[in-house]
Write a protein that binds this ligand. Structure first.
Ligand code: PMP
Length: 318
């Protein structure tokens, strides 16, 4: 925890999982000062537990906290909290290749305040749970996406670039409606022109044509995914041309393949994209498309230390 002047972050303690005591007037509950991260610890082929680029998550939380007028925890404290949580829960980490320990660092304006203003104090917690594949059917099962035409996820100048709690409840209505119709998730379009892809509810999106891979640029309306950034570097190192440029729905419908990226979804091939009643199928039904498969194998190989890590992304914990 920390007071609003940001000078007194206490180093924290390990507690059994349970309720967080908070006043009804806690800032986060009323005015939404809450940002979080999603990370994974995995048991690697070297029989140790490793994290993937944890400093990127620390930095993203730092930037999100500043955007919400919160006091960001020092990077060392963030890393220490995550590391200690992993160490204390090492027994929960699944065997190598069988899943991971999902970690949720959460920063909230926990202190009470009645009028609109920043919280007088802040709390950083990290909790965790063992997880398997995010989408139904396993990690490489192609997902079916529908382009959302009614709601937007973020507006220019808004909060789309931060992992703040408030970004996630507005997507439930669209996500649940899409799932009811048999889709895995929705793709959002830009709020200005309704023309360009932004991202999916919990992952970034890439469109492949030949050896060129395109992904929407970071202009404050989509989350700067750690996986997105890693896949851009990795694909370039494997000879692909990767462009961060606006990608229209029409271009996506004409692509060779589409995939999404995120800590939870890893690299998920898109099996179909539906827009205004028109459905485009990618690859053979049930089969991952080739570029998504290649990058999935490379990324998970590196994350599980089955492949070399030329980028220095792996951080061993214990
Ligand atoms: N977009 C959104 C909206 C997300 O919630 C996530 C998951 N954090 C991502 C993209 C992917 O980010 P990352 O690769 O850092 O998990």
């Amino acid at each position: 925890t920390c007071s609003a002047d940001g000078k007194q972050w206490s180093s924290g303690e390990l507690l059994p999982y349970g309720p967080l005591p908070m006043y009804p007037s806690a800032q986060a509950l009323n005015y939404g000062q809450a940002v979080f991260e999603g990370m994974k610890a995995q048991r690697s082929a070297k029989d140790r537990i490793v994290l993937f680029r944890p400093e990127c998550n620390a930095q993203r939380m730092h930037e999100g906290a500043l955007r919400l007028s919160m006091v960001p925890p020092p990077e060392e404290l963030f890393i220490e909290a995550v590391t200690k949580t992993v160490e204390a829960n090492a027994a929960l980490v699944p065997p190598q290749g069988k899943g991971s320990l999902y970690l949720r660092p959460l920063l909230v304006g926990s202190g009470p305040i009645l009028g609109l203003g920043p919280a007088p104090s802040y709390t950083l917690v990290v909790y965790c749970a063992a997880v398997g594949a995010y989408f139904k059917g396993g990690q490489l099962t192609p997902i079916d996406l529908i382009v959302e035409t009614r709601f937007h996820r973020a507006a220019p100048g808004g909060m789309g670039g931060t992992k703040c709690a408030g970004n996630y409840s507005p997507v439930l209505v669209t996500q649940l409606a899409a799932k009811k119709e048999g889709y895995s998730d929705v793709v959002y379009l830009d709020a200005k022109t309704d023309t360009y892809l932004e991202e999916v509810s919990s992952c970034n999106i890439f469109v492949v044509k030949g050896k060129t891979i395109r992904t929407p640029p970071l202009q404050g309306t989509i989350l700067p995914g750690v996986t997105r950034r890693s896949i851009i570097e990795m694909a370039r190192s494997r000879g692909y041309t990767v462009e961060e440029v606006p990608v229209s729905v029409d271009e996506a419908m004409q692509a060779d393949e589409i995939f999404t990226t995120g800590t939870a979804v890893v690299v998920s091939p898109v099996g179909s994209l539906t827009h205004q009643g028109e459905r485009r199928q990618f690859g053979a039904p049930g089969e991952p498309t080739p570029v998504a498969l290649e990058l999935y194998e490379q990324l998970t190989g590196l994350q599980q230390e089955k492949l070399a890590d030329p980028f220095g992304w792996i951080v061993p914990v214990c």
